[in-house]
Design a protein around this ligand. Sequence first.
Ligand code: FPP
Length: 251
Amino acid sequence: MGTMREIHQLDPLPQHVAIIMDGNGRWAQQRHRPRLFGHKAGADSVREAVETAREVGIRHLTLYAFSTENWQRPGLEVKGLMSLLKNYLQSELDTMQQNGVRLECFGQKDRFPDEVRNMLDKVIAETRECSKLRLNLCLSYGSRAEMIRAVQEISRKCADGELRPKDIDDQTFNDHLYSTGQPDPDLLIRTSGEQRLSNFLLWQLSYAELYFTEIPWPEFRRDQFLAALEKYAGRQRRFGKTGAQIETVHA
Ligand code: FPP
């Protein structure tokens, strides 16, 4: 399938890719099908994204699967998403273990129905030793809520004398986010045409390359993922330095 050529074009490869999986609903509606039909197709894209990330050697994949605002969707859609999520976790556990995929949840896990949360806890626990790819599912996640939670915890430590305000730095803040211990995303992908961050990883995406595509999430499969990685490989990242400085560093 030309894998060699494709992988050759993926250098440098991002260590960490974050994805806003948008457009399931519109994709389904265009086909005169219920929104849940789009989410089901979207779950297949999730499987393919995880498999592709693992295949090419990406180490961290963070997927925005359910935002704090998504609770406000019609009850039937929320219920459908819950059961999709539970089925996904149930059916993927073996594959994750075989493929070295470690699951992590970013977000308010406690807000999920018991059966979903129990399944999440089980998969998280049973993939703890897996080390090829870290799959972070953002569930009932919002970046501002994540940062406020970090500030509350840091403040508590200051009040208790565990931490001095003047010692708070980037590292301290990182240590109190869901993503603690993982590198920041190098690349953010958002599908389906919208060009917004929508309260996703606002701190962690500070230096990320942004990639927007018109393709709806249910159609974002291996080839589309590889195209995004090729585009990333073609861009030069400067971290606020000049191109010449970067050339020197990498020389
Ligand atoms: C955005 O599409 C997508 C979501 C809100 C949910 C994402 C869920 C999945 C990809 C499937 C289940 C997830 C897993 C991990 C198995 P939208 O409904 O906002 O689309 P629209 O903008 O076209 O309405």
